[in-house]
Design a protein around this ligand. Sequence first.
Ligand code: F0G
Length: 361
Amino acid sequence: MTHYTGLIAHYQDRLPVSATTRLISLGEGNTPLIQLHHVPRLVGKDVTIYVKYEGLNPTGSFKDRGMTMAVTKAVEEGSQAIICASTGNTSAAAAAYAVRAGIKAFVLIPEGKIALGKLAQTLMYGAQIIQINGNFDKGMALVKEVATHAPVTIVNSINPFRLEGQKTAAFEIVDELGFAPDYHCLPVGNAGNITAYWKGYSEYASDSATHKAVTPTRPVMCGYQAAGAAPFMAGKMIDNPETVATAIRIGHPQSWDLAWNVQRESNGWFDSLTDTEILAAQKLLSQFEGIFCEPASAASLAGALRDIQTGKIPEGSNIVCTLTGNGLKDPDTAISQCQDTHPVTIDASLDAVKKAILDAM
Ligand code: F0G
């Protein structure tokens, strides 16, 4: 068996690299596509649901797919430094891939609004962290502006190489299933990822070599936002987004036009979920399937389940939900949801342990 060396090496024919490009990789991609066994039974509908568990990427989120590509190209173009604004995951990925490349990373983050695990990662990788007393949207605007004044390459998803890397998740799904799903559900923040998946499915669909094996060729794309941060539902940018799912606490999506295009071309839709619905889906996935994702990721499943229940997604469908980030990213939100399941504290004796087990049986 050949050693897996990351998604650029694996899909190099479909990515903008040459034989001499130095690949900056941490072995990202090739993440599990897990069929849910218990959740469909709970909703009582005949559907097949898979989750694409992107939390198993090297820094724990789908951002690694885009970052391997963006940093590879930045280095190829001679850049010495990268910069991003972030709700946390992009900063962790940018920091890690900058280390791997031997270049500098600057990250702008909203003070107090990024999950603990993401902050820990970014600190450990040694990026230059710039906290701002403003939200992601403000940080993004500043990054765009400063990049015109300083020798730094932006590695947010407005960098087209990010989407190139991220489109490989769609390739992996089609390669594994042998077909594209009927519906693909994603959490939406800047809407870069939903755009990248659509690009991936579309490229495979238009390729005669893969086309024959693939029916349907492309899924209906369903994008889900948090109710307090749902510009696609509002039909306009919003200024003070709020949600417990801090990863998607975004009011000014950077891929606005691209995402509306995906919605139109795929006959898909956007919808929003309350924080309560998002957290319920996160817990459901943990407690019924053994899969721990971060809150934002659970918006994809929460949305899918609602649309399955109402029949908008019909019975008989194959559905893929992308779980964009690992549950370990946000331990605070996880623990605060489990207040009713406090660990029992007992004497360190055999009798006490025996009693604790028998009491719980
Ligand atoms: N899920 C997670 C876990 C994310 O971190 C993000 C975006 C999204 C979903 C939304 O993806 O923006 O492509 O629509 N996080 C960015 C960041 C903004 O800075 O880490 P999108």
